[in-house]
Design a protein around this ligand. Sequence first.
Ligand code: SIN
Length: 491
Amino acid sequence: MTVQLADQLSDPNLFRQQAYINGQWKNADNGDTFAVMDPATGNVIAQVANLGASQTVTAIEIADQAMRKWRLQTAKSRADILESWYQLILLNTEDLAIIMSAEQGKTLAESRGEISYSASFIKWFAEEGKRVYGDVIPLAQSDRRGIAIKQPIGVVAAITPWNFPSAMISRKVGPALSVGCAVVLKPAAETPLSALALAELGERAGLPAGLLNIVTSEDAVAVGAVLTTHALVKKLTFTGSTPVGKLLMAQCASTVKRTSMELGGNAPIIVFDDADLDLVMPGVINAKFRNSGQTCISANRILVQKGIYQEFIERLSAAVAEFDFGAYTDKSSSHGPLITAKAVENVHAKVKKAIEQGATVVCGGQLSDGPGHFYPATILGNLNSDMSIFQEEIFGPVAAIYSFDTEQQAVEIANDTPFGLAAYFYTENMRRCWKVSEALEYGMVGVNETAISAEVVPFGGFKESGQGREGSKYGVDDYLEIKYICMGNVD
Ligand code: SIN
């Protein structure tokens, strides 16, 4: 069944099903399309242009031409356009949230939150683009002057995920455009509509044609191969899984492209027995169940000190019993579905394996009937680090609870993973706040707090969780080249 998403919007022109190249809405050359579904119902909500390799090449060539003028504009004039784009995103929050919920499944409240988060990156980078400073370097020779200037790296290819269909775009496109680059973006095939709506608003904000090109496609392999090997692309930015990130990095090696990677996580959340459980419970619920557990910084391993283990489980079970999984159109829904039937299968397989290996099911763990890709809130206890779930990113609403005795043991368990994106812990002990923060091998650490993301802070991971940082004052660095100029014979 095809559902008329445009009819739900105040501005139906935000609903776009064609790709966006050179400021024009384009079908695939061969007319091919792919279906986008509402994960809560399985209904088809759009048929989107399914582009291939040759239109990706065209988009890159157009981006290269467009950025020649854009890079010569003042940072202020670029910032003015980005500022208008930011305002338009905010003004259209409700429509953008409906589009996002329809294709991704998250509740409207979560989508509204993501739109505001997404817009914040555009504003932040509009401002940061004006602060790309260089240096004057003292040299050993009195007749010489050394200068370092920063210049836009070139055409940026961006590949973005389905779990945050808007914010993962703006935190890449914002810095790229603000410093003078052009972008060719491939959004996830599950959630292309949010990207296309952003492009529509970018055009209304005055973004010149060719600077932001959206290549919609179901053929990630063909489009990815072009984005990672074309000589005109100077940088690839990717958010997604570690295995795919490694493959893209290998492909980028052939033309020595700059890469920045936001990859998988295996976040621990450590609850020490001196923690304030009234503070802990909302924090754990946010870290574990936001977006139904489909975030790279989801609490994947919940480590609870033995003295409070039982009380913690009881309180978490009581909180989870209040959840209401449902469609975004149902106002009572507190949590949405998983993205696809395959995602439900994957989560369930991990739960079943954990049970086979000795986990106990405190609640959930059963597949539900009915339409939509729903998985119930599940709590697993009696886990240990020998079980496969300890090393797997669950990406679903499954709270995996482990117990520990000492601080040292907790830190060792937390660091026992090739991943290093986010970690959290709760304690009332000041010494522990410092020592454990320093000991955790993670790019981001939340102390007595799990809502740690914002446009002003550096988001990124250690180890196999990636390289580079997004957001913050560091978020423009990956889009810039540093050029050293030596002025000689200054006598
Ligand atoms: C992610 O899951 O990678 C993004 C989460 C966030 O920005 O908070």
